[in-house]
Write a protein of this length. Sequence first.
Length: 398
Amino acid sequence: MNINNLQELDSLSRSEAKRYPNYREVFAFLKKTQGRRYIGIVGPRGVGKTVILKQLALESERSFYASVDTFEDVSLFELARVLFEKRGIRKLLLDEIHFLPGFDGELKKIFDFLPELNVVFTSSVALALQKSAFDLSRRVHLARLLPFSFREYVRFKESAELKRLTLDDIGRGDWLPEHARYEYLFDSYLKGGLYPFSLAEPDPLSVLRNILDTVLQRDIPGVAKVTYQDVVLIGKVLRFIGLSAVDGVNPTTIAKNFGITRYKAIEYVDLLSKAFILIQVDPEGKNVLREPKILMQAPYRLLYRSWDDAVGALREDFFATAMNMADMPFHYLKSTTGRKTPDFWLTTESGNWVVEIGGPGKGRTQFKGVKAGRKMVLAHDADTRRDAKPLFMAGYLA
Protein backbone atom coordinates (compact mmCIF):
# COMPACT_ATOMS: atom_id res chain seq x y z
CA MET A 1 0.00 0.00 0.00
CA ASN A 2 1.22 3.51 -0.74
CA ILE A 3 0.77 6.45 1.62
CA ASN A 4 -1.19 8.16 -1.15
CA ASN A 5 -4.04 5.68 -0.66
CA LEU A 6 -6.23 8.30 0.99
CA GLN A 7 -9.09 5.96 1.89
CA GLU A 8 -6.87 3.80 4.05
CA LEU A 9 -5.04 6.81 5.46
CA ASP A 10 -8.40 8.42 6.27
CA SER A 11 -9.45 5.32 8.21
CA LEU A 12 -6.17 5.55 10.10
CA SER A 13 -6.77 9.22 10.88
CA ARG A 14 -10.13 8.28 12.41
CA SER A 15 -8.87 5.34 14.45
CA GLU A 16 -5.20 4.64 15.07
CA ALA A 17 -4.18 8.27 14.52
CA LYS A 18 -6.35 9.28 17.48
CA ARG A 19 -3.75 7.62 19.69
CA TYR A 20 -1.27 10.23 18.44
CA PRO A 21 -3.11 13.58 18.64
CA ASN A 22 0.11 15.63 18.42
CA TYR A 23 1.57 13.65 15.51
CA ARG A 24 1.29 13.99 11.75
CA GLU A 25 -1.21 11.50 10.31
CA VAL A 26 1.55 9.75 8.40
CA PHE A 27 3.03 8.69 11.76
CA ALA A 28 0.14 6.31 12.39
CA PHE A 29 0.64 4.91 8.91
CA LEU A 30 4.35 4.37 9.57
CA LYS A 31 3.56 2.64 12.86
CA LYS A 32 1.20 0.31 11.05
CA THR A 33 3.77 -0.56 8.36
CA GLN A 34 6.78 -0.76 10.67
CA GLY A 35 7.11 -4.50 9.97
CA ARG A 36 8.45 -3.63 6.53
CA ARG A 37 12.22 -3.86 6.40
CA TYR A 38 12.87 -0.57 4.60
CA ILE A 39 10.75 2.58 4.64
CA GLY A 40 11.81 5.81 2.94
CA ILE A 41 10.16 9.13 3.86
CA VAL A 42 10.50 11.69 1.09
CA GLY A 43 9.39 15.30 1.34
CA PRO A 44 10.43 18.94 1.45
CA ARG A 45 12.65 20.41 4.11
CA GLY A 46 10.69 21.81 7.01
CA VAL A 47 7.75 19.39 7.00
CA GLY A 48 8.85 17.43 10.08
CA LYS A 49 10.71 14.38 8.75
CA THR A 50 13.35 14.63 11.50
CA VAL A 51 10.65 14.98 14.15
CA ILE A 52 8.90 11.84 12.89
CA LEU A 53 12.14 9.82 12.98
CA LYS A 54 12.74 10.89 16.57
CA GLN A 55 9.14 10.07 17.48
CA LEU A 56 9.62 6.61 15.96
CA ALA A 57 12.82 6.24 18.00
CA LEU A 58 10.90 6.98 21.21
CA GLU A 59 8.19 4.48 20.25
CA SER A 60 10.60 1.73 19.20
CA GLU A 61 12.81 -0.33 21.45
CA ARG A 62 16.39 -0.99 20.35
CA SER A 63 16.38 1.86 17.82
CA PHE A 64 19.17 4.25 16.81
CA TYR A 65 18.81 7.68 15.17
CA ALA A 66 21.57 9.28 13.07
CA SER A 67 21.71 12.42 10.92
CA VAL A 68 23.61 11.39 7.82
CA ASP A 69 24.75 14.93 6.97
CA THR A 70 27.12 14.70 9.97
CA PHE A 71 28.87 11.57 8.64
CA GLU A 72 32.54 11.90 7.69
CA ASP A 73 34.31 8.88 6.20
CA VAL A 74 31.70 6.58 7.74
CA SER A 75 30.72 3.28 6.15
CA LEU A 76 26.97 3.00 6.61
CA PHE A 77 27.13 -0.77 6.40
CA GLU A 78 29.87 -1.00 9.04
CA LEU A 79 27.94 1.36 11.32
CA ALA A 80 24.81 -0.76 10.90
CA ARG A 81 26.75 -3.99 11.51
CA VAL A 82 28.36 -2.71 14.73
CA LEU A 83 25.07 -1.34 16.04
CA PHE A 84 23.32 -4.61 15.22
CA GLU A 85 25.97 -6.98 16.61
CA LYS A 86 27.37 -4.98 19.56
CA ARG A 87 24.42 -2.84 20.69
CA GLY A 88 21.48 -5.05 19.75
CA ILE A 89 19.91 -2.34 17.53
CA ARG A 90 17.05 -3.61 15.39
CA LYS A 91 15.74 -0.33 13.90
CA LEU A 92 18.09 2.15 12.22
CA LEU A 93 16.69 5.65 11.59
CA LEU A 94 18.69 7.67 9.06
CA ASP A 95 17.96 11.35 8.43
CA GLU A 96 18.69 13.06 5.06
CA ILE A 97 20.32 9.99 3.52
CA HIS A 98 20.99 11.76 0.21
CA PHE A 99 24.03 13.43 1.78
CA LEU A 100 25.84 10.08 1.81
CA PRO A 101 27.48 9.28 -1.56
CA GLY A 102 26.60 5.75 -2.67
CA PHE A 103 23.91 5.35 -0.02
CA ASP A 104 21.95 3.03 -2.31
CA GLY A 105 24.77 0.50 -2.46
CA GLU A 106 25.18 0.65 1.32
CA LEU A 107 21.46 0.03 1.81
CA LYS A 108 21.56 -2.92 -0.55
CA LYS A 109 24.46 -4.39 1.42
CA ILE A 110 22.59 -3.96 4.71
CA PHE A 111 19.54 -5.59 3.13
CA ASP A 112 21.56 -8.58 1.94
CA PHE A 113 23.73 -9.17 5.03
CA LEU A 114 21.68 -7.85 7.98
CA PRO A 115 18.22 -9.27 7.27
CA GLU A 116 16.89 -8.68 10.81
CA LEU A 117 17.62 -4.93 10.76
CA ASN A 118 14.82 -2.51 9.87
CA VAL A 119 15.81 0.77 8.24
CA VAL A 120 13.76 3.98 8.02
CA PHE A 121 15.36 6.88 6.17
CA THR A 122 14.42 10.35 4.96
CA SER A 123 15.38 12.52 2.02
CA SER A 124 14.48 16.08 1.01
CA VAL A 125 15.37 15.52 -2.64
CA ALA A 126 13.36 12.98 -4.62
CA LEU A 127 16.05 13.08 -7.30
CA ALA A 128 18.46 11.29 -4.96
CA LEU A 129 16.21 8.22 -4.92
CA GLN A 130 15.20 8.34 -8.56
CA LYS A 131 18.84 8.30 -9.66
CA SER A 132 19.68 5.33 -7.47
CA ALA A 133 22.18 3.06 -9.20
CA PHE A 134 20.64 -0.01 -7.60
CA ASP A 135 17.04 -1.15 -7.83
CA LEU A 136 15.75 -0.15 -4.40
CA SER A 137 12.13 -0.09 -5.50
CA ARG A 138 11.68 -3.80 -4.70
CA ARG A 139 13.06 -3.30 -1.20
CA VAL A 140 11.98 0.16 -0.08
CA HIS A 141 8.43 1.27 0.67
CA LEU A 142 8.35 5.00 -0.06
CA ALA A 143 6.00 7.40 1.74
CA ARG A 144 5.60 11.10 0.93
CA LEU A 145 5.52 13.60 3.76
CA LEU A 146 4.26 16.93 2.44
CA PRO A 147 3.38 20.22 4.17
CA PHE A 148 0.08 20.48 6.04
CA SER A 149 -3.05 20.29 3.96
CA PHE A 150 -5.49 22.98 5.06
CA ARG A 151 -7.45 20.23 6.84
CA GLU A 152 -4.34 19.17 8.76
CA TYR A 153 -3.45 22.79 9.54
CA VAL A 154 -6.92 23.25 11.09
CA ARG A 155 -6.38 20.06 13.08
CA PHE A 156 -3.14 21.30 14.64
CA LYS A 157 -4.17 24.95 14.95
CA GLU A 158 -7.66 24.43 16.39
CA SER A 159 -7.67 20.76 17.47
CA ALA A 160 -10.56 20.15 15.06
CA GLU A 161 -10.77 16.76 13.32
CA LEU A 162 -12.58 17.22 9.99
CA LYS A 163 -13.32 14.62 7.36
CA ARG A 164 -11.84 14.77 3.89
CA LEU A 165 -13.98 16.09 1.04
CA THR A 166 -14.11 14.93 -2.56
CA LEU A 167 -14.18 17.18 -5.60
CA ASP A 168 -17.81 16.13 -6.11
CA ASP A 169 -18.59 17.18 -2.52
CA ILE A 170 -17.17 20.64 -3.20
CA GLY A 171 -18.95 20.94 -6.54
CA ARG A 172 -22.30 20.11 -4.90
CA GLY A 173 -21.64 22.33 -1.91
CA ASP A 174 -21.87 19.19 0.23
CA TRP A 175 -19.73 20.08 3.23
CA LEU A 176 -20.37 20.50 6.93
CA PRO A 177 -20.67 23.84 8.74
CA GLU A 178 -17.44 22.90 10.52
CA HIS A 179 -15.59 22.93 7.19
CA ALA A 180 -16.76 26.48 6.48
CA ARG A 181 -16.06 27.67 10.02
CA TYR A 182 -12.30 27.85 9.54
CA GLU A 183 -12.19 30.04 6.44
CA TYR A 184 -10.64 32.77 8.61
CA LEU A 185 -7.44 30.69 8.82
CA PHE A 186 -6.96 30.42 5.06
CA ASP A 187 -4.85 33.53 4.48
CA SER A 188 -2.50 32.68 7.35
CA TYR A 189 -2.23 29.19 5.87
CA LEU A 190 -1.22 30.64 2.49
CA LYS A 191 1.32 32.92 4.17
CA GLY A 192 3.30 29.98 5.53
CA GLY A 193 0.90 27.96 7.66
CA LEU A 194 1.48 24.94 5.43
CA TYR A 195 4.69 24.24 7.31
CA PRO A 196 4.60 22.78 10.84
CA PHE A 197 7.19 25.26 12.10
CA SER A 198 4.62 28.03 11.52
CA LEU A 199 2.76 26.88 14.63
CA ALA A 200 5.56 28.28 16.79
CA GLU A 201 7.29 30.69 14.39
CA PRO A 202 5.78 34.21 14.05
CA ASP A 203 7.64 34.81 10.75
CA PRO A 204 7.50 31.50 8.82
CA LEU A 205 8.67 33.10 5.57
CA SER A 206 12.06 33.91 7.11
CA VAL A 207 12.49 30.22 7.97
CA LEU A 208 11.34 29.25 4.48
CA ARG A 209 13.96 31.59 3.00
CA ASN A 210 16.68 29.76 4.95
CA ILE A 211 15.29 26.43 3.78
CA LEU A 212 15.45 27.60 0.16
CA ASP A 213 19.08 28.65 0.60
CA THR A 214 19.91 25.18 1.92
CA VAL A 215 18.15 23.50 -1.00
CA LEU A 216 20.05 25.64 -3.53
CA GLN A 217 23.45 25.53 -1.83
CA ARG A 218 23.51 21.99 -0.42
CA ASP A 219 20.74 19.66 -1.56
CA ILE A 220 20.80 20.19 -5.31
CA PRO A 221 24.63 20.27 -5.63
CA GLY A 222 24.76 17.17 -3.42
CA VAL A 223 22.69 14.99 -5.76
CA ALA A 224 23.13 16.52 -9.23
CA LYS A 225 26.11 17.26 -11.44
CA VAL A 226 25.90 21.04 -11.37
CA THR A 227 28.61 23.70 -11.32
CA TYR A 228 28.78 26.77 -9.12
CA GLN A 229 27.62 28.80 -12.13
CA ASP A 230 24.64 26.44 -12.49
CA VAL A 231 23.66 26.97 -8.85
CA VAL A 232 23.79 30.75 -9.27
CA LEU A 233 21.71 30.55 -12.45
CA ILE A 234 19.17 28.19 -10.86
CA GLY A 235 18.62 30.82 -8.15
CA LYS A 236 18.10 33.50 -10.80
CA VAL A 237 15.68 31.28 -12.73
CA LEU A 238 13.68 30.71 -9.55
CA ARG A 239 13.53 34.45 -8.90
CA PHE A 240 12.35 35.02 -12.48
CA ILE A 241 9.54 32.49 -11.99
CA GLY A 242 8.59 34.02 -8.65
CA LEU A 243 8.30 37.50 -10.13
CA SER A 244 6.49 36.47 -13.32
CA ALA A 245 2.80 35.99 -14.03
CA VAL A 246 1.83 32.31 -14.05
CA ASP A 247 0.68 32.33 -17.68
CA GLY A 248 3.46 31.96 -20.16
CA VAL A 249 6.23 30.74 -17.83
CA ASN A 250 7.66 27.56 -19.30
CA PRO A 251 11.07 26.13 -20.29
CA THR A 252 11.05 28.02 -23.60
CA THR A 253 10.50 31.44 -22.01
CA ILE A 254 13.12 30.65 -19.36
CA ALA A 255 15.64 29.66 -22.04
CA LYS A 256 15.01 32.87 -24.00
CA ASN A 257 15.29 35.13 -20.95
CA PHE A 258 18.57 33.62 -19.73
CA GLY A 259 20.24 32.80 -23.03
CA ILE A 260 20.45 29.08 -22.29
CA THR A 261 19.26 26.03 -24.18
CA ARG A 262 15.76 24.73 -23.63
CA TYR A 263 17.37 21.46 -22.51
CA LYS A 264 19.23 23.31 -19.75
CA ALA A 265 16.06 25.16 -18.72
CA ILE A 266 14.22 21.83 -18.46
CA GLU A 267 17.06 20.45 -16.32
CA TYR A 268 16.86 23.40 -13.90
CA VAL A 269 13.07 23.20 -13.62
CA ASP A 270 13.26 19.44 -13.09
CA LEU A 271 15.79 19.83 -10.26
CA LEU A 272 13.65 22.47 -8.55
CA SER A 273 10.55 20.29 -8.94
CA LYS A 274 12.26 17.25 -7.41
CA ALA A 275 13.41 19.49 -4.55
CA PHE A 276 9.71 20.37 -3.92
CA ILE A 277 10.03 24.04 -4.91
CA LEU A 278 8.26 24.07 -8.30
CA ILE A 279 5.22 22.25 -9.73
CA GLN A 280 5.08 21.37 -13.43
CA VAL A 281 1.59 21.08 -14.92
CA ASP A 282 1.23 19.46 -18.34
CA PRO A 283 -1.40 20.67 -20.83
CA GLU A 284 -4.59 18.74 -21.43
CA GLY A 285 -4.94 17.16 -24.87
CA LYS A 286 -2.83 15.16 -27.30
CA ASN A 287 -2.46 17.63 -30.15
CA VAL A 288 -0.75 20.37 -28.15
CA LEU A 289 2.85 21.32 -27.58
CA ARG A 290 3.93 19.45 -24.45
CA GLU A 291 5.18 22.58 -22.74
CA PRO A 292 4.47 22.46 -18.99
CA LYS A 293 3.05 25.38 -17.09
CA ILE A 294 5.35 26.14 -14.16
CA LEU A 295 3.84 26.97 -10.78
CA MET A 296 5.48 27.23 -7.37
CA GLN A 297 4.82 25.18 -4.28
CA ALA A 298 2.86 27.45 -1.94
CA PRO A 299 3.98 29.79 -0.41
CA TYR A 300 7.41 30.17 -2.09
CA ARG A 301 6.14 32.95 -4.35
CA LEU A 302 5.87 35.19 -1.29
CA LEU A 303 9.67 35.17 -0.99
CA TYR A 304 9.76 37.29 -4.16
CA ARG A 305 6.57 39.36 -4.10
CA SER A 306 4.30 41.00 -1.54
CA TRP A 307 1.01 39.39 -0.58
CA ASP A 308 -1.09 41.93 -2.51
CA ASP A 309 1.06 41.51 -5.62
CA ALA A 310 1.33 37.72 -5.45
CA VAL A 311 -2.10 36.61 -4.25
CA GLY A 312 -3.54 36.02 -7.73
CA ALA A 313 -0.74 33.64 -8.72
CA LEU A 314 -0.64 32.20 -5.21
CA ARG A 315 -4.23 30.98 -5.62
CA GLU A 316 -3.14 28.78 -8.53
CA ASP A 317 -0.05 27.68 -6.60
CA PHE A 318 -2.32 26.64 -3.73
CA PHE A 319 -4.64 24.66 -5.98
CA ALA A 320 -1.72 22.82 -7.60
CA THR A 321 -0.21 22.16 -4.17
CA ALA A 322 -3.56 20.84 -2.91
CA MET A 323 -3.93 18.53 -5.92
CA ASN A 324 -0.47 17.09 -5.26
CA MET A 325 -1.33 16.55 -1.60
CA ALA A 326 -4.50 14.71 -2.62
CA ASP A 327 -2.56 12.76 -5.29
CA MET A 328 -5.06 13.89 -7.92
CA PRO A 329 -3.76 14.11 -11.53
CA PHE A 330 -4.56 17.45 -13.16
CA HIS A 331 -3.66 19.43 -16.29
CA TYR A 332 -3.94 22.99 -17.45
CA LEU A 333 -6.09 23.99 -20.40
CA LYS A 334 -4.07 25.51 -23.23
CA SER A 335 -5.82 28.46 -24.87
CA THR A 336 -5.80 29.56 -28.46
CA THR A 337 -4.60 33.07 -29.23
CA GLY A 338 -6.80 35.72 -27.66
CA ARG A 339 -9.20 33.25 -26.10
CA LYS A 340 -9.69 32.87 -22.37
CA THR A 341 -10.11 29.37 -20.96
CA PRO A 342 -10.53 27.88 -17.48
CA ASP A 343 -7.39 27.01 -15.59
CA PHE A 344 -7.43 23.26 -14.93
CA TRP A 345 -8.79 19.95 -16.19
CA LEU A 346 -9.17 17.06 -13.74
CA THR A 347 -10.14 13.47 -14.45
CA THR A 348 -11.73 11.66 -11.51
CA GLU A 349 -13.42 8.29 -11.11
CA SER A 350 -16.80 9.99 -11.40
CA GLY A 351 -15.89 11.97 -14.54
CA ASN A 352 -14.11 15.08 -15.77
CA TRP A 353 -14.03 18.43 -14.01
CA VAL A 354 -13.00 21.80 -15.43
CA VAL A 355 -11.96 24.22 -12.70
CA GLU A 356 -11.42 27.97 -12.87
CA ILE A 357 -9.44 29.54 -10.04
CA GLY A 358 -11.36 32.76 -9.63
CA GLY A 359 -10.20 36.20 -8.70
CA PRO A 360 -11.99 39.49 -9.27
CA GLY A 361 -13.52 39.53 -12.74
CA LYS A 362 -13.03 35.80 -13.36
CA GLY A 363 -16.05 33.57 -13.49
CA ARG A 364 -18.09 31.15 -15.53
CA THR A 365 -17.61 33.10 -18.79
CA GLN A 366 -14.22 31.33 -18.99
CA PHE A 367 -16.12 28.07 -19.65
CA LYS A 368 -17.61 29.18 -22.97
CA GLY A 369 -16.85 26.58 -25.63
CA VAL A 370 -15.24 24.13 -23.18
CA LYS A 371 -16.78 20.67 -23.31
CA ALA A 372 -16.85 19.01 -19.90
CA GLY A 373 -19.51 17.35 -17.82
CA ARG A 374 -18.90 19.45 -14.74
CA LYS A 375 -17.54 22.94 -14.29
CA MET A 376 -16.65 24.83 -11.14
CA VAL A 377 -15.24 28.19 -10.11
CA LEU A 378 -13.15 28.15 -6.93
CA ALA A 379 -12.81 31.68 -5.61
CA HIS A 380 -11.07 33.40 -2.72
CA ASP A 381 -14.10 35.68 -2.34
CA ALA A 382 -16.79 33.03 -2.87
CA ASP A 383 -18.89 34.36 0.00
CA THR A 384 -19.72 37.41 -2.15
CA ARG A 385 -20.46 35.44 -5.34
CA ARG A 386 -23.27 33.11 -6.34
CA ASP A 387 -21.34 31.34 -9.09
CA ALA A 388 -18.37 30.14 -7.04
CA LYS A 389 -17.33 27.68 -4.36
CA PRO A 390 -14.76 28.63 -1.70
CA LEU A 391 -11.19 28.07 -2.84
CA PHE A 392 -10.05 26.94 0.62
CA MET A 393 -12.35 23.89 0.37
CA ALA A 394 -9.75 22.33 -1.95
CA GLY A 395 -7.56 22.17 1.14
CA TYR A 396 -9.88 19.50 2.58
CA LEU A 397 -9.20 17.04 -0.26
CA ALA A 398 -6.18 15.59 1.60
